[in-house]
Design a protein around this ligand. Structure first.
Ligand code: ATP
Length: 289
């Protein structure tokens, strides 16, 4: 499988009043395969947005090699418009065109691309059909975010950058958004997203990278991150009015023993493995000061 994104040795510092400079990205290597959904996870200030903005061509880097769809976003030369035509971007928030309606702004953005999607279909796919005649400044936060997503996909991108796409979405809207992202993946779109929602990363991502203090501390599938697939299972049940639990590599044996001992239904029996969130917290807990 070819790479949609290749990053080697990426570094970025910002000037800082406190101590001269702030290292935002401290030497990142990254490879995102064509057609994959890749999630960047990490605490506030870890360097996710800076990395994504460099890949989008919005930010200069100090050093490192970057290739997005075969081009260096900071050195596009005469390929600029050809490259931008293949890139979809959903920023953390946009504040333009407050007086326009949803359908006006989506139709307007469509004109920037050579082969855009149908604006009405895009508005429907993000669940804004009943707001298509509403002015942008009357939308709720979550509706506004859905509009941002519509603007990111209107150009039929080959690669879509989503920076915290579902912040402010209600649970139903989040699930509808996940379906939309899966549909884009099935069309072959490569997707790089940042998110603070571990359930979102688990639901969508083929692979995740955890960034802390500008460095990637692990890249893996959501299932295998931090040894999650080999972590002990937690068997828990109710006995004499209190909850008991055992951590074990052999949960089936443990449950069989419990069934024999109780001779009937084991009260409130559960068998669980660590969630992605638990693994993530323990991973970053060891790294954050
Ligand atoms: P969040 O999850 O909060 O969005 P992030 O992982 O996206 O965080 P970045 O926005 O990339 O993190 O910020 C990385 C670091 O760089 C932070 O310490 C931030 O304060 C700093 N930083 C970001 N943008 C600038 C800027 N324009 N000028 C100076 N410092 C900046």
């Amino acid at each position: 499988m070819s790479s949609a994104i290749e990053v080697r040795g990426l570094r970025k510092t910002y000037p800082s009043k406190k101590n001269g400079e702030k290292i935002a990205v401290a030497g990142i290597d990254l490879q995102v395969k064509s057609g994959e959904i890749f999630a960047l996870l990490g605490p506030n200030g870890a360097g996710k947005t800076t990395t994504v903005e460099i890949l989008e061509g919005y930010r200069d880097r100090d050093c490192g090699e970057v290739s997005v769809l075969g081009f260096d976003p900071n050195n596009l030369g005469s390929n600029g418009s050809k490259w931008r035509n293949k890139i979809g971007i959903v920023l953390q928030s946009t504040k333009d065109a407050e007086d326009l309606t949803v359908s006006e702004v989506v139709s307007h953005f469509a004109k920037y691309y050579s082969n855009p999607k149908d604006p009405l279909n895009v508005i429907e796919s993000v669940g804004l059909s009943d707001k298509s005649k509403a002015r942008i400044n009357t939308l709720s936060g979550g509706q506004r975010r859905r509009l941002d997503v519509a603007l990111g996909i209107i150009g039929r991108p080959e690669i879509l950058f989503l920076d915290e796409p579902t912040t402010g979405f209600d649970p139903e809207a989040r699930r509808a958004f996940w379906d939309l992202i899966r549909a884009l993946k099935s069309e072959g779109v490569t997707i790089l997203l940042t998110t603070h929602y571990l359930d979102e990363a688990e639901a969508l991502a083929d692979r995740v990278a955890v960034i802390v203090d500008g460095k990637i501390i692990e890249t893996s599938t959501p299932e295998n991150l931090g040894g999650r697939n080999t972590a002990k299972a937690r068997v828990s049940w109710l006995e004499n009015g209190s909850r008991k639990e055992v951590l074990t590599d052999f949960p089936t044996k443990e449950v069989t023993n419990l069934v024999e001992r109780f001779g009937e239904e084991v009260p409130e029996l559960t068998v669980t493995r660590p969630t992605l969130e638990e693994i993530y917290i323990s991973l970053i807990g060891g790294e954050v000061e």
